[in-house]
Write a protein that binds this ligand. Structure first.
Ligand SMILES: [Zn+2]
Length: 362
């Protein structure tokens, strides 16, 4: 392990002998009695030395071997150290150009997960992740591109037809894609985001293993209502975690993120809406079947769609990185009226039964 002070943290003096690492005071690490020998030693914690070499260096700069050892332990305990060796290994999983783009992402991961090897381990896990996004509209294509940029190793986008102007957004499909096959344009958006050459991408075989995660982002925004569909039931049965995301009229919705057998599912949300509004099933049926009551110009604010895509991608990352995002047992809404994210809680519905079904084998 070659130790390095977290490169993501700024350094500033709180007074003439108190050194602060990081700007956001709540999370800052502070070192007292930072004299010249200590500062000289800190300059050597640059990722080129392992611990024994650093202890020797501590002796050389006049700090002393034992104080250097104590200082390294303290730096690790307050989350200021990374392992440069593990970082190099994790980045080596990605093509050179993507590696350079991932620098700030890895720096952010190292602040969220402070142990020296934690962030590289998570980035390496992202490199193995296989994510499928269903829907290449204004939200879905952007979710896919952002996930790929953040290090998800395999991101495929499933959709049919050709790109329409309403599918385009600055984070997803570009206006130059209008008229092209959605599947091709979305694949290229993913490849551009991760600095890969524009080549025919991987296709999932129908009988191959399921993806690690599925994002349900149909272009019409119906993800917000689609729980309980055949598609969702298949994902539940296969034990594949999935997230609903979409923009409906002036509302953006993220969630629920469903961990099969462990958190409330999309059908729980549908049943809850039915409890609150007896006419809901009739409205839902008309939405689902593309009846004459469909909006002639479906609303989808670009800023709202981009924000929803970014939040959705972030919550997928948080989940795949081992956390519990707010869309688990809940959902998040953002309105184009005020841009204020709100989180609503979702309990497993007693008539759904998704939480008492046994997990699939394997
Ligand atoms: Zn359910």
């Amino acid at each position: 392990m070659r130790l390095v002070l977290k490169p993501a943290l700024s350094r500033s003096w709180r007074d003439k002998e108190t050194l602060q690492f990081g700007t956001v005071t709540r999370y800052a690490g502070v070192l007292d009695h930072a004299d010249k020998a200590l500062c000289d030693f800190l300059g050597l914690v640059d990722g080129t030395r392992d611990r024994p070499a650093l202890l020797e260096a501590g002796e050389r700069v006049g700090l002393g071997r034992e104080p250097a050892d104590t200082l390294l332990t303290e730096l690790e305990e307050i989350g200021l150290l990374d392992d440069a060796e593990a970082t190099d290994r994790a980045l080596a999983r990605f093509p050179q150009q993507h590696r350079e783009l991932l620098g700030p992402d890895l720096a952010s991961l190292s602040l969220v997960h402070s142990a020296p090897c934690a962030a590289p381990a998570i980035l390496a896990r992202r490199a193995d992740a296989r994510i499928e996004v269903r829907g290449a509209g204004r939200v879905g294509a952007a979710v896919a591109a952002v996930l790929a940029a953040g290090g998800a190793g395999t991101v495929t986008v499933a959709d049919g037809g050709r790109v329409r102007p309403g599918d385009c957004s600055p984070a997803g499909l570009s206006p130059g894609d209008v008229g092209r096959l959605r599947s091709t344009a979305a694949r290229e958006a993913v490849q551009r985001a991760s600095a890969r050459p524009l080549l025919p991408g991987p296709r999932r075989k129908p009988d191959g293993p399921p993806p690690d995660f599925v994002v349900l982002a149909p272009r019409d925004g119906s993800a917000a209502f689609a729980g309980g569909t055949y598609e969702a039931r298949l994902l539940l049965r296969a034990g594949v975690p999935h997230l609903y995301v979409g923009v409906v009229e002036e509302f953006g919705v993220i969630g629920p993120l469903v961990i099969p057998g462990m958190s409330a599912c999309g059908h729980c949300l549908v049943l809850r809406r039915e409890d609150e509004d007896a006419a809901w099933p009739r409205v839902l049926a008309q939405l689902a079947h593309g009846g004459s009551g469909q909006a002639r110009t479906p609303a989808c604010d670009t800023a709202l769609a981009t924000a929803i895509a970014g939040l959705a991608a972030l919550q997928v990352q948080v989940y795949l990185d081992g956390g519990r995002p707010p869309s688990v047992d809940g959902w998040c809404e953002v309105s184009a009226r005020d841009g204020m994210p709100r989180r609503l809680r979702l309990r497993g519905h007693p008539d759904c039964g998704c939480l008492w079904q046994p997990l699939p084998p394997g």
